[in-house]
Design a protein around this ligand. Structure first.
Ligand SMILES: O=c1[nH]cc([C@@H]2O[C@H](COP(=O)(O)OP(=O)(O)OP(=O)(O)O)[C@@H](O)[C@H]2O)c(=O)[nH]1
Length: 599
């Protein structure tokens, strides 16, 4: 399951509902044994609690100071005694949604509020928890509606497989209870709980005392509070958080300094800005650790000391220890009793021989892309490209090693995304496909695995095809994948039922994209398909739960923002394709499929 976006550590950052908070994804693995809980809601509450405790512990370790409060939440759907979380794939989404069709179900969000303090350097926590239930009834869903909704990609990161605040709203007949609870956080109940926990009435005229400096505006909640003697009249409210008698409250003054001498009206610290300024250091540490093969050394081996690692990577012990400690802080490594080991993510993506390795991408970013970015000022002044020209624009200008380096980067990305691209639509009606710019054949091999009748031609520049054999050991070779040298931008295209383009044209100029797509449109027969998979725009990635990249900074280093599925759809329609459909392919890509209309 994707890491939580919703564990809030309250003490810094901008305001929301009167809280200054920071969002810290929890690393708690949501693997609690569901059957061991008395009820679905007990499971949600425990998961929320474990998520928040993990964040509190980690932040305390990292900053040597705990946040004041960590808020964890977990949303589940319960139907007929079953607990539904986020679907793992489309079939799973189908199973969930067909189970919900025509029925009532409950949505539970468990919330844990973890109060933290540090005693003698040790973290001390106190947990308050609650859950909220909302009942939702779905209409009867036709197969067609169900699949159209699944193909929209929306269900994939949603508990129960639907997003009530978006397209999923059309499935819903009625809602009883808090709508926001279904979306993922019961804000109203949460505010009441905070008011109950922190806002105890006190004697008139008593000085304002705040224990939890992250909650200066808890006054915000009192209007929602059920506390006796509370109420919505601001004049009857004070900002005190300390216990006292049930007395009338002193007037609230928003511009009074709190105990830290900070006025509420002070602008917040620009934490995001500071993070942006400093962010390159984290990238460089990650890329350097990859280049020094730290994650290879630690993969499949017990915890190693800094001295062991230093010996293996030919580094000084002090230097290795500093690098390893920063990797721990970045969540790439774990440290226990002086020994370092890979996190699961590092073994899966940063070790060079891992099935889903991004080691090649890291090397490409650390090499030519990093080099180009150090001269960014000059490139801006001269209007030059920000990054090395990627293949296929300039292979002839590249050394074999540079071409291989680019191919390794693309290979890792292709392997990571191939399953999502191959299964975004049902491609079984097609019997032959041609992957233009198919590079190492990673997607081609996934396509033939998924579709037993399909033959795939990988059509790419001769320099690339010549080197593609180097990657054969890394894919399951198939006789149904053929490599044909040629330039997709100028040579005659091999005949096929389906043409595939994947992360090929997202960062190129419009003219190049139009040129390539119109070549396919002119070169293919009526009824042939065109499947286009490209990086989703950054804002869609964020919505899909992926780490947000600034618009304009693409994964392989070019600077053009991605086009939206709508733009691709209009483009394809303008080029004579019909039945154009768009779908998400994992968190990173969107895929568009169109069928060539008769001329
Ligand atoms: O109608 C909607 N229903 C659900 C959602 C979204 O679904 C997920 C629920 O996931 P969870 O509670 O597990 O929490 P997350 O913050 O995503 O992180 P995990 O690490 O726990 O997976 C949540 O994103 C809801 O917002 C929705 O959007 N609409």
């Amino acid at each position: 399951m994707q890491k939580s976006k919703r564990q809030l550590a309250a003490h810094k950052s901008p305001a929301w509902a009167g809280l200054r908070f920071e969002v810290v994804p929890s690393r708690f693995k949501e693997k609690l044994h569901k059957a061991s809980f008395a009820s679905p809601q007990a499971y949600a509450v425990e998961t929320a609690k474990q998520k928040a405790l993990e964040v509190a512990g980690r932040m305390h370790q990292k900053d040597l100071r705990a946040p004041d409060v960590v808020i964890g939440a977990d949303t589940i759907v319960a139907v007929g005694g079953l607990i539904l979380e986020k679907p793992v794939d489309k079939q799973d989404a189908y199973r969930m949604l067909s189970r919900l069709s025509g029925r009532e179900h409950s949505v539970f969000t468990g919330v844990a509020v973890v109060h933290c303090c540090t005693k003698d350097g040790q973290l001390d926590t106190q947990v308050s928890e609650f859950y909220e239930e909302t009942t939702v009834k779905f209409s009867e869903l036709s197969e067609e509606l169900l699949w159209e909704y699944i193909d929209s990609g929306e269900p994939m990161d949603k508990a129960g497989g639907y997003g009530i605040q978006a397209l999923g709203g059309m499935l819903v007949e009625y809602v009883h209870g808090d709508f926001l609870n279904v979306v993922g956080f019961p804000l109203n109940r949460f505010c009441k709980e905070l008011a109950r926990l922190y806002h105890t009435p006190q004697a008139p005229g008593a000085p304002r005392r705040i224990h939890y400096d992250s909650i200066p505006a808890v006054d915000t909640f009192e209007d929602l509070s059920d506390i006796e003697g509370g109420g919505s009249d601001p004049a009857s409210a004070n900002g005190g958080l300390e216990a006292g008698g049930a007395q009338p409250r002193a007037p609230r003054t928003r511009d009074v300094p709190d105990l830290n001498g900070v006025r509420d009206s002070q602008p917040p610290i620009p934490a995001r800005l500071l993070g942006l300024m400093d962010g390159f250091k984290a990238s460089k540490v990650l890329l350097t650790a990859c280049r020094l093969n730290v994650f290879d050394v630690l993969k499949d081996r017990g915890p190693l000391t800094a001295a062991d690692v230093a010996r293996e990577i030919d580094a000084s012990v002090d230097g290795a220890e500093r690098l390893l400690d920063v990797c721990v802080a970045l969540g790439l490594l774990q440290k226990a009793g002086g020994g370092y080991s890979n996190t699961e993510m590092a073994s899966r993506h940063l070790a060079s021989d891992a099935e889903q390795s991004l080691h090649g991408l890291a090397a490409y970013l650390d090499g030519p892309v990093w080099g180009a970015f150090t001269h960014l000022g000059r490139a801006v002044q001269e209007g030059a490209a920000w990054t090395p020209e990627p293949l296929p624009q300039a292979p002839h200008k590249q050394s074999t090693e540079a071409t291989l380096q680019f191919m390794r980067a693309l290979h890792g990305l292709s392997k990571l995304t191939a399953h999502h691209v191959a299964t975004a639509f049902d491609l079984s009606p097609f019997t032959s496909a041609c992957h233009l710019g198919g590079c190492t054949g990673a997607l081609a091999h996934k396509l033939v695995q998924e579709y037993p009748r399909l033959q795939v031609t990988v059509f790419d520049l001769p320099e690339v095809i010549e080197l593609a054999g180097d990657f054969e050991a890394d894919v399951r070779p198939s006789e149904r994948v053929h490599f044909v040298p040629g330039d997709p931008a100028s040579d005659r295209l091999p005949p096929a039922d389906l043409y595939v383009l994947c992360i090929l044209v997202h960062d190129g100029p419009d003219a190049r994209l139009h040129g390539l797509l119109s070549r396919v449109s002119r070169g293919c027969r009526a009824g042939a398909g065109l499947l286009l998979a490209e990086l989703a725009p950054a804002e869609e990635e964020a919505a899909g739960g992926a780490a947000r990249r600034p618009p304009g900074l693409r994964i392989l280093g070019a600077e053009r923002p991605s086009r939206s599925p709508g733009q691709y759809r209009r483009l394809l329609q303008g080029l004579g394709f019909q039945d154009v459909r768009a779908a998400r392919a994992g968190d990173l890509l969107h895929v568009v499929l169109g069928i060539r209309a008769p001329p």
